[in-house]
Design a protein around this ligand. Structure first.
Ligand SMILES: NC(=O)c1ccc[n+]([C@@H]2O[C@H](COP(=O)([O-])OP(=O)(O)OC[C@H]3O[C@@H](n4cnc5c(N)ncnc54)[C@H](OP(=O)(O)O)[C@@H]3O)[C@@H](O)[C@H]2O)c1
Length: 229
């Protein structure tokens, strides 16, 4: 039986590349994203075995609808990849950060992953050994804070908190939960100047989904190595 994964924000960028690589390995992949047309286009460009599902991680209704589709199609889920994320390119300074911007970042980057994990846990618990991978960012690293993109960074710090709390709560289960920093990657978000290719950005995420020891949990990981929070 092939392994089964769901990737959020997979119609483009790092999420798309992760979905593509898993499908290439013969996995059953649910490729999700905000709009039906975009996920259909992305899925058909990979393989007819990839299932496109519209899923906006800021909407509980949308998450539950997607859960309904997935649970009617498969009886378990092996890997959940919470990849969907937003960044305002010109955020300005923490000195005049509007709370609304922080709330908006949290809705997608933090609470979206929380709701996705809560909703899909019943299917993940039915896997022999499951993994939850939260795509975070070095920008959220408490040990290396700088002034760049405060709302985005704080939302990723909080996402790392979500990772740690789920890892602790699931420590006696067969479900590993980790955060990943993909590095600075050439996507719409990362821009053309970024040094990493899509393949490089997806590498640690795909490694965690497929090959990493299941005992590796509750960690922040970059380039297949644990890094400080
Ligand atoms: N690129 C980098 O250098 C870099 C560095 C560190 C971390 N990351 C993280 O890596 C992840 C992927 O980034 P990327 O560079 O691939 O970004 P991207 O090219 O901008 O793609 C972002 C994806 O997230 C989706 N998305 C946004 N809001 C969503 C929502 N509410 N519900 C569902 N999907 C939503 C987008 O869908 P639409 O097409 O509908 O907008 C798109 O598919 C993000 O979490 C990002 O923070 C990226």
């Amino acid at each position: 039986m092939p392994s089964i994964a769901l990737v959020t924000g997979a119609n483009r960028g790092i999420g798309y590349e992760v979905a593509r690589q898993l499908a290439t390995r013969g996995w059953i992949v649910f490729l999700t994203g905000r709009t039906l047309a975009a996920v259909k286009r992305a899925a058909s460009s990979i393989d007819s075995s990839v299932t496109p599902i519209p899923l906006d991680v800021t909407s509980r209704v949308s998450i539950e609808a997607a859960f309904g589709i997935v649970s009617q199609t498969v009886d378990h889920l092996d890997v959940l990849i919470n990849n969907a994320g937003i960044l305002d390119q010109d955020e300005g300074s923490i000195f005049d950060l509007p709370p609304e911007r922080l709330r908006r970042m949290f809705e997608t980057n933090t609470i979206g992953s929380l709701l996705m994990t809560q909703t899909f846990l019943p299917l993940l618990r039915k896997s022999g050994s499951a993994r939850i991978i939260n795509v975070s960012s070095g920008a959220g690293q408490l040990t290396d804070m700088d002034t760049w993109a405060p709302a985005y960074s704080i939302s990723k710090t909080a996402l790392n908190g979500v990772t740690g709390k789920f890892a602790a709560a699931l420590k006696d289960s067969n479900i590993a939960v980790n955060s990943v920093c993909p590095g600075w990657v050439r996507t719409d978000m990362g821009g053309n100047e970024a040094p990493r290719s899509l393949e490089e950005g997806a590498d640690t995420i795909v490694w965690l989904a497929t090959e990493a020891p299941i005992s590796l949990t509750g960690q922040f990981i970059k380039d297949r190595k644990v890094i400080p929070w």
